[in-house]
Design a protein. Structure first.
Length: 462
């Protein structure tokens, strides 16, 4: 098992290649190490070589969700109404994430849509694109910008966490009673195949740095740390070069090249040495953690007056035309697949192979958390062997980055024993899937824990 220790690079001192990075690792002595995790084949080169591209939108109908988690916006447009890109189409009161037209065109329905990475259909506004991409006037935040005003503005500009969970950014930004001294930016992108954050950092580093500097100023934070796995040297270089233009203390740190380095408790540990106890918020250890794409989107909102209406999606796996495409929220997945030209025989994976899911509905649309579409093939996604009884090899324990005992957790799940699940710290599981990946008996460890959290733990029967 590789146990690499993260390293802080001072501005202008970025090592040029992996060999230099490795030697830096061995010299680092900071108490930032965490145990467990696994080495995965990255498959990043399949999609990280080409610039982010776009698609023509004429004749498309996009379906923009009005709901994010428990936040449900009220539609404020009617069928037949013409809308501009970025115009508000759904709004609400406190803690509601507003929705915006992701292209210019005509509202043709207010109905449901199926987000590619969601379980349930969601209410949505359907817009027939006119292909002209005409923007609504920009909307800027109030001055002076306080933390409460920033949080409210983030909700009204439709911002949610783009790293996967989709939690409303405005609620996260609303602050706590705890003083913050660091902003941590998650650029790990430790899932295989996904390269949307990598390309974003390579191509739009200056925007990311400008947004980070502004956020640090609003919070009075003195240190900003951007964590990146060292398999993204071009992104690191681009960020280092962008740092020249800021007087804020912003640093680029190399994370361990070990899945799941981007898991929140592990990122906090790697970048600060602080331990985030299960169930605790990062603010309780003095840090604000944001995904790098979320920081970029915040920057577009704060500095350019643009709401969140698009995201970058990685197309990879068994496809003829891999890469990264910036698409409007609500674009049909079928349009993206037509651009990617899958030639695999298997399913389409939404998100990474470790944390993502198989596309369940061919009519699904891109949501704010759709990071990638991967065409599965037997060579890239070998089928799992049939489940067998546990052989008590302990590999699942060795790789668990949260120091859990997956076998005991599985037993508690099978017994539906809530007290035992609590004793085995179910809520500390970050659902990374490392245990399932190494289990020689192919036991459904992670899927069981995920199901346990949503059913037994919450007292709900699925
Ligand atoms: S899925 Fe949960 S139990 Fe399994 S390795 Fe990850 S954190 Fe540990
Ligand atoms: S890795 Fe699988 S077989 Fe080995 S102890 Fe864990 S559950 Fe049992």
């Amino acid at each position: 098992m590789l146990l690499a220790t993260p390293l802080r690079f001072a501005r202008g001192m970025l090592p040029a290649n992996w060999h230099q990075l490795s030697s830096f690792f061995s010299r680092s002595t900071a108490n930032t190490a965490w145990r467990g995790g696994i080495k995965l084949v990255g498959h990043k080169q399949l999609s990280n070589q080409l610039p982010i591209r776009t698609l023509p939108l004429a004749d498309q109908v996009v379906a923009v969700p009005l709901q994010h988690g428990r936040s449900l916006a009220e539609p404020c447009v009617r069928i037949g109404q013409r809308v501009l890109k970025g115009e508000v189409i759904g709004h609400g009161g406190t803690a509601i994430v507003w929705a915006h037209a992701s292209t210019s065109g005509t509202v043709v329905a207010i109905d449901a849509c199926h987000p590619a990475d969601g379980d349930q259909p969601l209410p949505a506004v359907h817009i027939a694109a006119d292909g002209q991409e005409r923007w609504a006037p920009p909307r800027f935040p109030p001055h002076p910008l306080t933390v409460p005003a920033l949080a409210e503005f983030a909700l009204q500009m439709g911002l949610v966490g783009l790293g996967g969970a989709g939690f409303p950014t405005g609620i996260k930004l609303a602050g706590t009673a705890h003083p913050l001294d660091m902003l941590l930016i998650n650029g790990a992108e430790c899932e295989p195949f996904l390269t949307c954050d990598d390309r974003l950092m390579q191509e739009r580093a200056a925007d990311i740095v400008a947004a980070a500097a502004l956020l640090a100023k609003v919070y009075g934070i003195t240190q900003v740390r951007i964590g990146i796995e060292p398999n993204k040297p071009q992104a690191m270089t681009a960020l280092q070069q962008a740092l020249v233009s800021t007087d804020r203390r912003i640093e680029v740190h190399a994370l361990p090249l070990r899945y799941p380095a981007g898991g929140q408790p592990l990122l906090v540990k790697s970048l600060t040495g602080r331990t985030l106890a299960p169930g605790r918020l990062p603010a309780e250890v003095g840090v604000l953690v944001l995904n790098v794409a979320t920081v970029y989107a915040l920057g577009r909102a704060l500095l350019h007056g643009e709401p969140l209406v698009s995201r970058i999606v990685t197309l990879s796996g068994a496809v003829t035309s891999p890469g990264n495409i910036e698409v409007p929220i609500g674009l049909p997945i079928s349009t993206l697949l037509a651009a990617a030209q899958p030639h695999g025989t298997g399913d389409i994976q939404v998100g990474g192979p470790m944390m993502g899911r198989v596309l369940a509905n061919s009519a699904a649309v891109v949501s704010k958390t759709t990071s990638g579409l991967l065409a599965r093939s037997e060579s890239l996604f070998p089928p799992r062997a049939a489940t067998r009884p546990c052989i008590r090899c302990n590999r699942c324990v060795d790789v668990c980055p949260m120091a859990l005992r997956p076998l005991q957790l599985l037993s508690a799940y099978e017994q539906e024993n809530r007290a035992l699940l609590q004793q085995e710290k179910l809520t500390a599981c970050i659902e990374c899937g490392a245990c399932s990946q190494v289990c020689p008996s192919s036991l459904p460890l992670r899927d069981s824990f995920r199901h346990a959290k949503r059913t037994i733990w919450l007292g709900v029967r699925a």
